[in-house]
Design a binder for this molecule. Structure first.
Ligand code: ATP
Ligand code: ATP
Ligand code: MG
Ligand code: MG
Lengths: 226, 226
């Protein structure tokens, strides 16, 4: 579903250069469930942004469903993301002046598709947010805001779901609930699931765990029956 | 150091009322290390904000170092917070247009005190941020931003340190490093340390763990030799 080849992403930093990604090659097969772990600052969020077409590599290529992103105009990348990709941001990025229900529904609206009130209710119930439909993001707890971001990422039934530390703000019970929603939805819809996590229980549920260090893939573990 | 007595905090919610805190009484002794755990949405951030004078209870009292916050004018509460309290926000709340070094130094500046370049260097080194002094918050990873917020909370050598999920964005190694800084600083300066956490290793380091559920304290655990 997604292939990264020798992806590098550097930033200018004073007189020098920061290598956020120093040459990452990764194959994410259709229907697979991959966890990405690594120290704070190792490049996980950068990797996810490049893989989802939210950021452009300094060099190397990203191919999504057979399409090389470098060959697309920016508006075509935007359409591809909107139609095929769900993304849970590390900082959630909810729209402050829209209600929870409006935030969850927004991707469908932006994709020019019909609203899906049934799926929205199902997703909100599945992540434990029933009753919070009319709240504004500023009226939510941290973990509630995180769960809105998760429901929003799933509303378009995307082909690929990227999530950046989706259980970071959650207690173990709620975290397990969210992991369950992501897993079962991915299985039901044959989605490709890519989760950045510091949470060993999330990693334990994946078919493959890859480890990032200093912008490089350092190691990987495959589940026995993956 | 801090006493909460029957603290309630409600919000209007449509036609009804949300009880974020439903009557919490808690004693935080000078020099103690308390962890607060509980499900997402159970009132932990609200409890911390009320205890630190950042939010006003709907009813009940908060007493900090013998002073009832209700007896103070708002500017006096602000001065008390600035001089005696360090606070790590769940969303960090860094100043976007100031560098990392300026963000860490800001509380001293606001308190009208002399800069403390030595302590700032020490704290940044202790949380693993050396070399990032001139970055802007937008040029940091999530866990790096969290660690800036932690260094900032400690720069004034406050009497009481409140931290809302200070290891939430950190891998286990960096999280242990941060826990160490908080613990050893608190012991060295005889600080009162109050950490909201979902992380069992943080809870295991505390002298007391209190559990919040639906805005009430449901239970507590004391370490054997606390
Ligand atoms: N402005 C508001 N209006 C209505 N309800 C609110 C408002 N702010 C917070 N709440 C509610 O108060 C409750 C407690 O929120 P709080 O942020 O203290 O929870 P928390 O325990 O810190 O959760 P988390 O672990 O997810 O950070 C939540 O149910 C939240 O939705
Ligand atoms: N605009 C920028 N300028 C300079 N360096 C940057 C910029 N943005 C990110 N970086 C650096 O790139 C590196 C990778 O960042 P990234 O956010 O991908 O890390 P991460 O693995 O997601 O960390 P965390 O677990 O803390 O979220 C970090 O060292 C970060 O400081
Ligand atoms: Mg990150
Ligand atoms: Mg909270």
């Amino acid at each position: 579903a997604v292939q990264l080849r020798q992806v590098r992403r550097t930033y200018p930093d004073g007189a020098g250069t920061v290598e956020a990604l120093a040459g990452v090659s990764l194959e994410l097969h259709p229907g697979s469930f991959t966890a990405i772990m690594g120290p704070s600052g190792s490049g996980k969020s950068t990797l996810l942004s490049c893989a989802a077409g939210l950021d452009t590599p300094t060099s190397g290529s990203v191919v999504i469903e057979g399409v090389d992103l470098a060959a697309l105009r920016p508006d075509a990348v935007t359409r591809l993301r909107r139609d095929r990709i769900g993304f849970v941001f590390q900082a959630y990025n909810l729209v402050a002046h829209l209600t929870v229900a409006e935030n969850v529904a927004l991707p469908l609206l932006l994709a020019g598709r019909e609203p899906d009130a049934h799926l929205r209710r199902y997703l909100m119930h599945a992540v434990g947010l029933t009753g919070l439909e009319d709240r504004l993001p500023g009226e939510l707890s941290g973990g509630q805001a995180q769960r809105v971001a998760i429901a929003r990422a799933l509303i378009t039934r995307p082909a690929v779901v990227f999530a950046d530390e989706p259980t970071g703000a959650l207690d173990s019970h709620t975290g397990a609930q969210v992991l369950d929603v992501l897993r079962t939805t991915a299985e039901a819809l044959a989605q490709t699931l890519v989760l950045v996590t510091h949470d060993p229980r999330v990693a334990a549920a994946a078919q493959r765990v890859v480890f990032l260090a200093d912008g490089r893939l350092a190691a990987h573990l495959d589940a026995p029956d993956a």
